[in-house]
Design a binder for this molecule. Structure first.
Ligand code: BDR
Ligand code: CA
Length: 339
């Protein structure tokens, strides 16, 4: 059993990541914390509870922590994920309620209770993670595998020409997290899924159709390209219905920005890396984050050649396998939706 500790800003691709992890029988959700990012933290928590319940994972502890980045105001992105964060999907209100604990305390408590055993995945700005490290500086040593979705090293950014969204929302938090990993053994270093490889995971309508088929739904029940705006899927499977409506918004957003009718499902890929189910390779690097320059705010820089003469603090994913990632998503989430 893999014990998961997640921090998310659900978010369309976060929702897909949650559905994927929920579809794997050997994943135990220890807790999920909500970071402000794509939408505000309250909405993230509602979306997260609703998604977990939709996937049959009731009773998972979901907590909020920070409501804003460490030192700058929060900017959300309704244009990317829709006003509620789940695109065109309207999720049923969750029956579960938000935990009374602060996200950072929950992380510290969970890591102390299961030293070296937790697989941590952050698909959001690193605000809650940085706060947890401020509370417990040994946190990087107490966690097991740590996977972060964030940054862009060789590639263009997706928020500014050089900065990726999660890092741009809270650059200071990202800087503190990477600094906390200086000098740790290689097997403790976070595995960083940056845009360099997550943007290779280009989900297309045909993948959603295949997922629906795997769940026993027909193409007619989906609302994918060519249908008028405002229509919703009529698929019998609530999971397929909501994912289809959510992803349609993500396809439309990517098309609007000239990338075609497809969606980069960053957080799904990071979830597969955390679960150990997707193929990837990594390279060691020392990572730092720009927190002052208006031009380069939130830009991540990787020193692969040890020019800074600092020990590495990250394992950056350098290669992945999109076809394998799609096959796994369709098989596993399709299977969950068919149950
Ligand atoms: C990241 O930004 C968010 O909008 C996505 O959910 C993902 O975590 C990609 O840059
Ligand atoms: Ca996210």
């Amino acid at each position: 059993m893999t014990k998961l500790l997640l921090d998310v800003d659900t978010g369309i691709d976060d929702a897909l990541a949650l559905a994927y992890l929920a579809s794997l029988p050997d994943m135990e959700f220890v807790a999920v914390t909500a970071s402000p990012g794509n939408v505000d933290a309250h909405q993230v928590a509602r979306n997260t509870l609703a998604m977990l319940e939709l996937c049959g994972r009731t009773g998972v502890e979901v907590a909020v922590g920070a409501f804003a980045p460490l030192s700058i105001p929060l900017v959300t992105t309704p244009e990317t994920h829709g006003p509620q964060g789940i695109g065109h999907a309207v999720l049923p209100p969750p029956s579960g309620t938000v935990s009374a604990q602060h996200a950072a305390d929950l992380w510290v408590e969970a890591a102390r209770a299961h030293p070296g055993e937790l697989t941590a995945l952050i698909t959001a700005p690193l605000t809650n993670f940085a706060l947890a490290i401020r509370r417990e500086p040994r946190l990087p040593e107490l966690l097991g595998k740590v996977v972060i979705m964030g940054g862009s090293f060789y590639h263009q950014g997706n928020t500014t020409p050089t900065a990726e969204w999660n890092t741009h929302v809270d650059p200071q938090a990202a800087k503190e997290v990477y600094a906390a990993y200086r000098g740790l053994p290689v097997d403790r270093l976070p595995i960083v899924c940056s845009l360099d490889t997550t943007e290779r995971i280009e989900l297309r309508p045909e993948h959603v159709l295949r997922l629906a088929e795997a769940a026993g739904c027909s193409e007619r029940e989906l609302v994918l390209p060519k249908q008028p705006e405002g229509l919703r899927s009529t698929a019998d499977s609530p999971l397929v219905r909501h994912l289809s409506d959510a992803l349609r918004f993500y396809f439309e957003f990517h098309r609007l920005y000239g990338q075609g009718y497809l969606a980069h499902v960053h957080d799904y890929f990071a979830a597969g890396v955390a679960a150990g189910t997707l193929d990837y390779a990594t390279r060691l690097a020392t990572v730092d984050v720009e927190v002052e320059s208006p031009l380069l705010m939130g830009t991540t820089v990787a020193d692969y050649r040890n020019l800074w003469n600092h020990p590495p603090n990250a394992r950056i994913v350098s290669n992945n396998n999109p076809e394998q990632a799609f096959g796994e998503l369709i098989r596993s989430v399709g299977g969950l939706a068919a149950r």
